[in-house]
Design a binder for this molecule. Sequence first.
Ligand code: PXP
Length: 236
Amino acid sequence: MRLAVNIDHFATVREARGGIEPDPVHAAVIAELAGASGIVCHLREDRRHVNDRDVRVLRDTITTKLDLEMAATPKIITIAMDIVPELVTIVPEKREELTTEGGLAVAGNEAHYSELTQRFHDRGIEVSLFIEPEASQIEAAAACGVDIIELHTGTYANARSRAAKDIQLERLRVASALAAQAGLVVTAGHGLDLRNIGPLAEIHAIEEVSIGHALVARAMFIGLEQAVREFIVAIA
Ligand code: PXP
C-alpha cells in the first residue's frame, strides 16, 4: 500500500497569519523525499487553505504525482485543465463544511461524470471519484470510465466500538474487491491515523491511502519527514 500525503493543512497554518510560512510546497518536497507516493491538495472554492499559486508551484515542483482534489465546478475545472495534474479526485464540496463530509452521488448522474471523465482524459489527466463504499456507487463509477475510486473511510474512522469498526472494515473490504473486479484502481482516505490504519492496510485491494490531518498533527511533534516514514511503516 502506498501513501499519498495531503498537504492542505500546512496551508491552513499559513493562512492563520496570512503570510508565506509554512509553505505547503516545502511540505510536499519533504513528504516526497520521505517516500510519499504522491501529493494531494484540495483547491477549495473559498481558497481556505491551498490557493492558485500553490497549485501552480506544486505542479512545477512535484516529481511523484500531483492529485488535485476538487469540486466539479466550471471555474475549478478550468484551472485543472490549465495546470494538468497527473490526477484529479472529484469530491462533493460544501462551503460550510469543515472537511469533505460524504462521497459523491455518482449513481443517477452517470452522464455527467462520464462526460467530465472524457474531458479530463482528453487532456491526459486521470480521474478518481471519492465515493462511499457502496456497490451502486462503484458500479456507476465503473460505468463512467474513471480510472480510480477513492473509498471514503470516514465512517470507519469515526466508529467507536470494536463491532462498529469491524462492520465498516467489512464494507470497505467488500467494496474494494468489487471495484478491483470491475478493473478500477482502489484507494481510500479520510480520517485515517496511526490508530486505525493497521486493519485497513490489510485490505490488499486498496493500493494507496490519502492522509492529511493526522499526518500533519503528528508532524507537529516529530517533524514531517519522520511522520511520513512512520505512516509508511504502519501501512507496509
Ligand atoms: N481524501 C479525500 C477525498 C479528502 O477530502 C480528504 C480530506 O481533505 C482526505 C482524503 C484526507 O483526510 P484527512 O485529512 O482526514 O486525512
